[in-house]
Write a protein that binds this ligand. Structure first.
Ligand code: NAD
Ligand code: UDX
Length: 480
């Protein structure tokens, strides 16, 4: 029986290993983590992450061939294949701070593998890492090995949160990079055999190590670039009277462009896009490729511009001040169907409004008050350092009130902002919301999910990203 161990029981390690365990009943899969509370949650009734379909998969395999444990050394020592899926956040200090990937967690995992191994192993990079990380890992492992042979593979993960299980069940592709030596090719084949249990062979791509590592950064950069491109167009749409949804539809019909990932929004968020582009920028700079670095930097700049533009639009439409005004924030997660708030645009929008002294009433169906308060009090880039290891409750901000109902959030509010595209926000009773709000009542739709005309008929002043402006907004101060 092949034994797999995955170091890191997070958004990637947990779902990925659960699906491997489900699809490969003869493989024993152990997911290990230094976070005692995370492992306890994986073993309990309330899983540590919200992901549609995940609970079903976990309950089918847990205790059968899927185990969650803090006994890291034992499971690593016993495994034939060790996946490393630890966090690789942006460095906050020292060389490359604010751009380079922090490989502290990766390095400590690699050193631990070297210390406890007593049999040959395939070590798989599941985390997103800078190009050439495999070389560094190889050095750590081989310098510490006692006659033990390691093969390093790069097997980046392409799942998106909210659709992780369906992405894992039916991936567009699985990418495996390895050394072009007979041993490297043998290791690639061993990992291919795992995925071949459910992924068609033509969707399993094999490459050299560096291509696999770079492809992950490139894929995220291309996806994020599409969003920044359409968001840049949204600003031009507002200036000219074009409608960004119509423009997206029209350009997406070109099969060379394609229809997906062209939804204009308040900005992209999530733990990956910004971090991975910054990492890419840093690698370009280290290789003297300044123009290439600047090109990718622009994707982040436009994303920041989009978030600022949204805040400016709110403030300028409300007579240039939101001081003391109640604003309802509907949605805090970085996208629907997840409780994840890492790098969510809601943080920047809320901080912008708080900076103008607004009072916020926030509702998200999957995000806790504690998480929201913590996010709003945290410094940039601190979010992906494992603060869950030292649970802390920051003092609740008096300007921020977290509620468990959209109607309560909007009661007596001057404005409502939609920051996450949760389905339930599409079917709210907006007449009821309007009746209970201060007048003039504003709606700012940062996700383009609402029917603008219907809302205007009710009496709202509506701003929807990239849509033709309400005369009200045209008359208020120009937005940068
Ligand atoms: P996460 O923070 O949810 O999980 C990482 C886990 O690793 C944490 O639980 C942490 O306690 C644990 N950990 C850290 N150091 C450890 C060590 N030395 N030993 C044992 N456990 C340790 O992160 P994530 O979202 O699962 O991301 C993991 C990696 O996958 C990152 O490199 C990320 O860029 C990449 N990735 C993430 C996604 C996503 O959608 N979240 C998608 C594709 C790739
Ligand atoms: C992303 C990649 O899609 C995935 O392949 C990779 O493995 C991890 O990073 P994720 O961040 O989980 O996945 O979600 P994704 O669906 O890509 O959305 C990222 C952000 O972009 C969200 O804030 C989302 O709302 C936003 N987005 C997405 C848009 O604003 N418009 C779109 O058209 C698509």
């Amino acid at each position: 029986m092949v034994k797999i161990c995955c170091i890191g029981a997070g958004y990637v390690g947990g779902p990925t290993m659960a699906v491997i365990a489900l699809k490969c009943p003869k493989i024993e899969v152990a997911v290990v983590d230094i976070s005692v509370s995370r492992i306890a949650a994986w073993n309990g009734d309330q899983l540590p992450i919200y992901e549609p379909g995940l609970e079903d998969v976990v309950t089918q395999c847990r205790g059968r061939n899927l185990f969650f444990s803090t006994d890291i050394e034992k499971h690593v020592a016993e495994a034939d294949i060790v996946f490393v899926s630890v966090n690789t956040p942006t460095k906050t200090q020292g060389l490359g701070a604010g751009k380079a990937a922090d490989l502290t967690y990766w390095e400590s995992a690699a050193r631990m593998i070297a210390n406890v191994s007593n049999s040959n192993k395939i070590v798989v990079e599941k985390s997103t890492v800078p190009v050439k990380t495999a070389e560094a890992i190889e050095k750590i492992l081989t310098h510490n090995s006692r006659e033990i042979k390691y093969q390093i593979l790069s097997n980046p993960e392409f799942l998106a949160e909210g659709t992780a299980i369906q992405d894992l069940f039916n991936p567009d592709r699985v990418l495996i990079g390895g050394r072009e030596t007979p041993e490297g090719q043998k290791a690639i084949q061993a990992l291919k055999d795992v995925y071949a249990h459910w992924v068609p062979e033509d969707r399993i791509i094999t490459t050299n190590l560096w291509s696999a590592e770079l492809s992950k950064l490139a894929a995220n950069a291309f996806l994020a670039q599409r969003i920044s491109s359409v968001n840049a167009m949204s600003a031009l749409c507002e200036a000219t009277g074009a409608d960004v949804t119509q423009v997206s539809h029209a350009i997406g019909k070109d099969t060379r462009i394609g229809p997906r990932f062209l939804n204009s929004s308040v900005g992209f968020g999530g733990s990956c896009f910004q971090k991975d582009i910054l990492n890419l920028v840093y690698i370009c700079e280290c290789n003297g490729l300044t123009e290439v670095a600047n090109y990718w930097k622009q994707v982040i700049k436009v994303n920041d511009y989009q978030k600022n533009r949204f805040v400016n639009r709110i403030v300028s439409s409300m007579f240039n001040t939101v001081s003391g005004k109640k604003i309802a924030i509907l949605g805090f997660a970085f996208k629907k169907d997840t409780g994840d708030t890492r790098e969510t645009p809601a943080i920047d929008v809320c901080k912008g409004l708080l900076g103008d002294k607004a009072k916020l009433s926030i509702y998200d169906p999957q995000v806790t008050e504690d998480q929201i308060q913590r996010d709003l009090s945290m410094k940039k880039f601190d979010w992906d350092h494992p603060i869950h290891l030292q649970p802390m409750s920051p003092p609740a901000s008096k300007q921020v009130n977290v509620v468990w109902d959209a109607y309560q959030a909007a009661k007596d509010a001057h404005g409502v902002c939609i920051l996450t595209e949760w389905d339930e926000f599409k079917t709210l009773d907006y007449q009821k919301i309007f009746d209970n709000m201060r007048k003039p009542a504003y709606i700012f739709d940062g996700r383009n999910i609402l029917d603008v005309e219907k809302l205007r008929e009710i009496g709202f002043i509506v701003y929807s990203i990239g849509k033709p402006l309400d005369p009200w907004h045209k008359d208020t101060l120009a937005v940068a």
